[in-house]
Design a protein around this ligand. Structure first.
Ligand code: LP5
Ligand code: MN
Length: 258
């Protein structure tokens, strides 16, 4: 597994040539086979023409551990990603709140490089900060408490020692609880907090672009911060149909539906 740092080093710099694609929140699962088919088609016919594909979290509905790699739903996805990687397309993966247990076994099999959240890159000449986006939802206090707990290395070590089926059963319980709690939360609470966005933009020295997913509210926001013009792109989910962001040296364009 290649695991890169959070500075815009040369390895992560895209040349001015070609274009890069960004997707997130596909939530792939066996019960939505048409979305898996749309993703496989996207890899074959769209991502194959790009220089790089960035998957900014929640590729899967959930990931219980890399020992689930042999699942019949996962295999064609891994094979298609590896084929693309072998063809020379750079594949980057960032953890989402549902698949943060993806580790090196998956990444090696799929030919992907795991990116930390957040990661700063040089995107065809533009400084660009990438994130899943859940860390920016600081008003969602209950979620942030949960996040802190399950992102701790010790917790993950203990969890991954449980048998796969026990892990899946526990995840089902959390998913139900999460759905119940989300129905009680306001849309505002589940969106990014502007102060958290400003803070990360300042920390990373005012990148020209911020690209993230998670909120499922695809949009383009123009931010003026301390005299800097910054664009925040929010990626769409793939619940009903696919969508992606395509960026080259001239700018970015949201494409939806596929
Ligand atoms: O994903 P989304 O957008 O639907 O909802 C998120 C937040 N919910 C989650 C939970 C996931 O959706 C489902 C679980 C993923 C599996 C991860 C694998 C490993 C974990 C295994 C745990 C046993 O992330 C939701 C946010 C929403 O985004 C918007 O930002 O609101 O957050 C919640 O609803 C969480 C609740 O507020 C708090 C849940 C507390 C559960 C406490 C259980 C204690 C036991 C846990 C064991 C450590
Ligand atoms: Mn998410």
């Amino acid at each position: 597994m290649k695991n890169l740092g959070d500075k815009p080093d040369n390895q992560l710099s895209q040349s001015l040539m070609g274009h890069s694609l960004f997707i997130s929140d596909l939530h792939l699962c066996a019960s939505r086979p048409h979305i898996t088919a749309a993703f496989l088609d996207f890899l074959k016919n769209t991502a194959s023409k790009a220089v790089a594909l960035y998957i900014l979290g929640d590729l899967f509905e959930y990931w219980a551990g890399d020992d689930d790699i042999q699942d019949p739903h996962h295999q064609p996805i891994i094979t298609a990603l590896k084929r693309l990687s072998d063809d020379g397309i750079k594949l980057y993966l960032m953890h989402g709140n549902r698949d943060f247990l993806i580790s090196n076994v998956f990444c090696d099999a799929a030919g992907m490089t795991l990116l930390p959240d957040p990661s700063l890159i040089n995107l065809h000449g533009k400084t660009t900060l990438l994130s899943h986006g859940d860390d920016l939802c600081t008003d969602d206090v209950e979620y942030q408490k949960f996040r802190l707990q399950v992102r701790a290395a010790k917790w993950q070590e203990d969890f991954l020692r449980l048998p796969l089926q026990v892990r899946k059963d526990q995840i089902e319980t959390i998913r139900k609880r999460s759905e119940d709690e989300k129905s009680q939360k306001s849309m505002q609470i589940m969106d990014v907090n502007q102060a958290a966005v400003d803070h990360v933009l300042k920390t990373f020295h005012y990148p020209e672009l911020l690209i993230h997913g998670h909120t499922h509210r695809p949009n383009q926001h123009h931010i003026q911060l301390d005299g800097h013009n910054i664009t925040r792109w929010v990626l769409g989910d793939w619940y009903e149909q696919g969508s992606y962001l395509c960026c080259d040296q001239f700018g970015c364009q949201a494409i939806s539906p596929l």
